[in-house]
Design a binder for this molecule. Sequence first.
Ligand code: CU
Length: 147
Amino acid sequence: MRSLTTPTLLLALTLAASAAHAQTTATDPWVRATVAGQKATGLFVELKSPTAAKLVGGSSPVAASVEVHEMSMDGAVMRMRALTSLDLPAGQAVALKPGSYHVMLMGLKSTVKAGDKVPVTLTIERAGGKAETLQLQATARAGSAAH
Ligand SMILES: [Cu+2]
């Protein structure tokens, strides 16, 4: 029995390893620290997917909801809108950064202090409809309330 299960186990481990390589990577995730009473803040990170995928949303224990947002200038006015998804082209780094795309943590349950580690799970949808989750530990950094 043992001689039969060992090769099976090795094969399973090999498959798991190659699947891990096909995952989206997240570089330098951070959130902007908040002031008392502030209900939302932005999460910024660089995402890179080996194959075409989309960021479709996420969740976090510190927030009631997590949305994908885009910030843009409308004349002199900064506007922010929710996106249903953000394209992650194959092999291309996509920067979520202040003044541009970001992930919005809405309905914050407490103040996010500089230095806090904020757990956030992002949901990525790959071509073919396969969903994967990406676990982040975003470091809170001090900054202005704007994002
Ligand atoms: Cu936003």
